[in-house]
Design a protein around this ligand. Sequence first.
Ligand code: HEC
Ligand code: HEC
Length: 337
Amino acid sequence: MQKRTRLSLLALSVAVVAGCATVAAVRDEPIQPIQPAKVNNPAMVELGKKLFFDPRLSRSGGISCNSCHNLSTGGADNLAASIGDRWQKGGINSPTVLNSSLNIAQFWDGRAKDLKEQAGGPIANPAEMASTHTVAVSTLQTIPGYVREFKSVYGTDQISIDQVTQALAVFEETLVTPNARFDQWLKGDNQALNMQELRGYELFKSSGCVACHNGAAVGGNSFQKMGLIQPYKTAHTAQGRVDVTKLDQDRFMFKVPTLRNVELTYPYFHDGAADTLTVAVDTMGKLQLGKSFTTQENADVVAFLKTLTGQQPSFALPHLPPSGDRTPRPDPFAKGG
Ligand code: HEC
Ligand code: HEC
């Protein structure tokens, strides 16, 4: 008995030492490394991947999630406003889906609590994919390959919107971007950043950017006022979080965007008004912190931000099951709305 206790104590202390060793390797900073995705259900991830790329979830048969969250371009569309059904102008800049699982809530105003709840939105949004949940599900039900795949993942012949949004969410959870140069530096590689990038990071901390942009996603974890020190001038009508909470104090509060992969996800801000990081950093300094960066300081912060570009999701393009005889044919040029 005594011997057993001593043995397990020994095992415990070995585990603690090993644990400390890995913790100590990560620098104690307000930003933490992105963890690689853990895939528990690869079949559901594969199904969600197909749905993400499938334009048949839209009314027109022409728009997929990937149209506005292009995984070839940082999970966004690089447009100030997205192109929706019948070439409609989107209401707000499309945020990246990369690392979106780390967000406190989804959308600029946080109106969806998680990725599953979010995924139902665009399918039925008249300005985006412009379908309905009933139509989207009945369309999938006419595609034999999907019927088979849903059955093998969910064990039933009856596809539901709940299954669709769950599979999409589970796929999106895999869209994390670990191993950015900044993460390599966080984990102790002193060569990972050059002097300018390090200066930029020091400025990012000392100026106060890090008060709002922190954690593994360098943002995404709080709602903050756009225009804290000086008001933000825009013709855009979005009011932010107040639309959800109805509290006046939440007017112009937006979810702080992640700065992971920010080099790829221009243009910036909810109205997409800032075309470059140089402009976005200048605006943030003035409006959020009352600070005017010199040209050199701005360039240093921008250089740091570019070290946040991580390993992009990489996989073989999914092959979508072909339409069945009863599948509605694409109708992108229909009149009306
Ligand atoms: C027509 C363009 C368009 C399509 C198609 C589209 N989205 Fe979006 N997506 C947007 C825009 C714009 C927003 C921001 C809306 C807002 O905040 O009010 C957004 C927000 C999101 C967010 C929240 C990210 C964040 O940081 O808050 C996720 C996740 C997302 N979309 C996933 C999807 C999925 C999954 C699909 C397919 C079912 C999809 N989107 C289809 C344009 C699009
Ligand atoms: C008080 C909180 C706060 C502080 C401090 C802050 N930000 Fe922001 N940041 C935000 C919010 C909120 C947004 C989104 C604003 C919007 O689009 O209306 C944002 C957006 C951004 C964007 C654009 C991201 C995108 O995808 O559109 C960049 C880049 C950025 N911030 C960098 C910085 C830098 C650099 C600093 C320091 C100079 C800084 N921020 C300080 C809250 C803050």
